[in-house]
Write a new protein. Structure first.
Length: 103
């Protein structure tokens, strides 16, 4: 069995265009889901609390993020009384594939 070490971004590993953007959206969505779970909020209760449509919370729970911008996800987190802090590191991309490890 070969073990392949990923890059830390599954979208990049699978060759998705805009992989970094997709990764950030997935991370923000995961944080939203975590807040809902921690507070035991239904999508309807979250709607009442934030004014964000219950259908949007349902889409986030299903990881159907196509219609959400990073800004929109950050706004939803803010409406859930969360402070979002993002650190950006910029460096040249490496064209190499993830390294394979053999047991």
């Amino acid at each position: 069995m070969d073990i392949i070490r990923g890059s830390g971004n599954v979208f990049r590993d699978l060759g998705h265009p805009n992989a970094d953007r997709e990764q950030l959206r997935a991370l923000l969505a995961a944080k939203i889901i975590g807040v809902l779970d921690d507070r035991k909020l239904t999508v309807r209760a979250a709607q009442e609390m934030t004014g964000v449509a219950a259908a949007d919370f349902s889409r986030i729970r299903k990881a159907s993020l196509g219609r959400f911008t990073i800004d929109r996800l950050m706004t939803i987190l803010a409406s859930l009384d969360q402070e979002v802090e993002i650190t950006v590191n910029v460096h040249p991309r490496h064209a190499t594939a993830p390294a394979a490890l053999h047991p």
